[in-house]
Write a protein that binds this ligand. Sequence first.
Ligand code: ATP
Ligand code: MG
Length: 412
Amino acid sequence: MSERVCLVHYHEIGLKGKNRATFENRLLGNLNHALRGLGLKKVRRISGHLLVESEDGNATPQMARAIAQVPGVARVSLAYRCSQDEEEYCNAAVHALAEVDAPWETFKVHARRSATNYERHSLDMNRLVGSVLCEAFPAKVVKMHKPDVTVVVHAVQGDVYVYTDTGPGVGGLPVGTAGKVVPLFSSGFDSPVATWMVGRRGAICVPVHFSGRPMTSDASEWLCQDLVEALAPAGIIGRMYVVPFGERQREISLKVPQSLRVIMYRRVMFAVGEQIARIEGAKALVTGESLGQVASQTLDNIAAADEMCSMPVLRPLIGSDKQEIMRRAEQIGTHEISSQDAPDCCTLFMPRRPETHARMREVHEAWDMIDHDEIIEQLVRDVEYVDYDQCPSYRPPRELRARHKELAPAEW
Ligand code: ATP
Ligand code: MG
């Protein structure tokens, strides 16, 4: 029987003109990384697709699923690779159609020819494969418009690929083609989804989590680590920073009016996030904010935090409803982890009535009640991190490697 391979289809990359080769190579590298341990032999380019070959010549649905989660993949097909021998590829078409899982009644053949060294015209191939399939499945009906199943027969560079099942990929662009960003990352539903979304658009993500430690336990940090692990199949995260914020939060909570505490915490978070972004060579922060969702996410309060950051702050969920965000969290595998409760710096020293429409003058007065520069400097100086081998394009900053080696806790 013919060999089984995965054919990877991509849309947007094709649109990028001169950048095409760069994008294809990045996707190729990312697929190589994502398929480690799954019996991969080689990923290579063939005529507008990437071809994934397995060591034993029998690519699996598990491989196809892993491929589908890699940003830049529009669709993936588990295909038979045949020679140009007609009997062989007609046979493969019968097998492919027999393997269709869902109930089906109608089908069509879609033959294509990207090979110049193959004599048969695609119309001819259509007729040939179609007649074999009609014979093999006499109860089924050929339907040209919107059939239940399409059998693709594609002649490329000396081979003929045959497949029916084309599963959707996550789409987007290969990670590493859109620079680096620093998401402010909590164990809630929103920021992991926001992180995934910018990662899907090609950004390398270096999340920063503010923990309430030592005033709270480190439970939120463990949840954040679980979330990063859950996002591993997308290959977007290279490192996570953890900022123990508890002590300084307590200090802030004692010095500023109660209703403005949260805004002060957030200003510190944005400032620290920006400094980490600069060390990392990242060009934007990312948050999971969605307009009006909670007190801190009104336009006034967003402005009060934004003021602290001179780089762009991306908010991919700003117009999303919670339901949509939860659905996406389920899809990307973070929902269950985010459902677990863990106190973090946001739940610590929460005022009874947080300000929902902060006035800038009052914000500035409160800001001057704390030693903000020293707080920010200390938090950046004492930041901890954990590295992940998920994102092949991630390069850690040298400066920090030298400075913070001893800060990465041994058990991480
Ligand atoms: P999430 O579900 O992402 O935690 P949320 O609905 O709890 O969001 P907020 O607590 O107001 O909303 O947080 C808004 C955004 O601020 C978050 O999406 C995240 O980007 C950032 N953020 C909140 N808490 C933290 C934290 N402990 N560490 C880092 N960033 C945080
Ligand atoms: Mg939160």
